[in-house]
Design a protein around this ligand. Sequence first.
Ligand code: SF4
Ligand code: MSK
Length: 677
Amino acid sequence: MPETKITRLEKKVEKKVIPQEASIDPATQQMIARAQELKIETVFDRALKMKPCNIGAQGTCCKNCSMGPCRLPLPKSGIDEEDDRKGLCGATPNTIAARNFIRMVAGGAAAHSDHGRGVAEIFLSAAKKETDVYKIKDPGKLLSIAPWFNVETTIEKEGEQVDRDIDEIAVEVGEKALNEWGKSNGELLYLKRAPATLYEKWGANGVRPRNIDREIVEIMHRTHIGVDQDYKNLIKQGTRAAIADGWGGSMMATDLQDVLFGTPYPLESEANLGVMKADHVNIVIHGHEPILSEVIVAVAQSKEMEAYAKSKGAKGIQLSGICCTANEVLQRHGVPLCGTFLQQELAIVTGACDAMVVDIQCIFQNVANVAKCFHTKLITTHPIAKMEQENVIHIEFDEHYALDDAKRIVKIAVDNFCNRGVDVMIPHQKGSQVAGFGVEAIKYHLGGTFRGSYYTLNDNIINGRIRGVAGVVGCNNARTRHNEGHIAIVKELLKNDVLVLTTGCNGIACAMEGLLMPGTASAHCGPGLAEVCETVGIPPVLHMGSCVDNSRILLAATEMVKAGGLGKDISDLPVAGSAPEWMSEKAISIGQYFVASGVYTVFGVTFPTTGAPVFQKYLFEEFENLYGGKWDFEIDPIQHARKMIAHIDKKRQALGINKIRERKMMDMATRRDLETA
Ligand code: SF4
Ligand code: MSK
């Protein structure tokens, strides 16, 4: 292969991060050092060079009008009783922090829900047979969601109920689903999937979303200068929009993707930069929407493309992914994960990335600058996510020509293989994993097809083998050591017999660490959890998918309520949530809908309300009285996990199961006794 000349970034790297301080992962450390050696700047160096704005981090900088920005930092001497900080219009720190907070919710809910809308549009197009690329892959899942959209699955014919045509059902589900974004009356149809007690709670608090778009728009209106100036009323709207995300846009994205592309079931794969192969064409897919990447997977695995790759001197095509597009194609096809959010530049620094194909969300603009230093073709595919740099190729995805688009992209990557330089360095590290635990798969593995529910999980919680369940999710954040919080928190939970459900970049981090393998249970779990995992043959950390798939965690919790013995609402369950290294607005929306669904939720790194103690107290304490869940913030990973465990224990005590430790299968009578205890 001819050597390519490495062009250097114009800007010199003045300060360099110490790789071992930037990440706990040896592959990441190696590639940070490699980037520095090649004088290529990465996010890790930029984080060292640019400190975050303290006032912004506290949530008390307002720039909602041009009389500002008005900056209201916490005084160094602390706040006296009369906190008289004000913006020019008189806005208090609580108003400003609440406005900023719910604008983050709006941003996050919009990102998830607009993704969901895109899926719903493709779904409808497939249902109407306007494209032959996409087809209904899981009719069983379609039938299971149809009733939530008030779509009949049977029809009366000659006095008998017979099955309705599946295509007719699909069209009606697609139309009803799309309507959820902008309907003029009523409330979101999926809200009734929540436990009845929670649904009533939302009604009593006036936060049942009317339609998805409206709740997001209303946040932008209310936070305009001179509109809503009551932090409690502001966060009420933030809650309504967040519920519209979790129980609306995200949940529909998950369901419709499952119907179109298949409901995930456990499969084996690998994770970390070491999945890339020097002798293969490497295509890295990155972003969040599986719509195009599903087709890329099919094309890249086709005999035609494999032969084409071989004709160019490669041994084959290695597809791998970053962020949640990766999680989507992992859970349905076993495509390996190349890395987390913070490893996106490093995948290119390997020198072996022939094409990086990006869609939406979590894509660094700087990947284009890094790509310039190598032969890598960077391809944007979505009309709402373009890049200005001249080396970026835009191939706009059109569902009617999805196959042609995917072929063109894969061909570009293959043709680029021979342009690689001598600068290839792929770390050898990669973890093995078993991923693909949707709600249905957990039901099967823990409940069995015969019992078909979460009984066994609940039984093991009641008898104390499993202490509780934690949802640990979310991003990486360059303001903290890459993956350190994720892994330390998950390990501490496992050690204390807490089963972990994961999504997003936490799932990738756990996969890299090998925590998604059933065999790790004996090494990392307390004796009770280890016994359950070994008996059932599951990993102690169950990877449930992408960011929108946090909706699967909501439904798993709902299944636990339904299975009985653990109370009547999600807030009664011995469960807790965490985003150890969050960074995105989507994480705030996710956190808010978890809290509003009754889950105690702890965030690490930073929390965007610390400059407004009254508003923060409302979120961290008083919120529990309204929804049963509340926020918390803890930087130290071990304390973070222990706070979650303490909450789980508090719930166990309230349920009267804190002392039950011996092996005992619960019959229905015992369950009823516990529920009335
Ligand atoms: Fe300042 Fe008020 Fe304008 Fe915000 S809305 S920038 S607090 S004057
Ligand atoms: S990709 S939102 S960094 S989890 Fe969903 Fe990872 Fe967070 Fe993006």
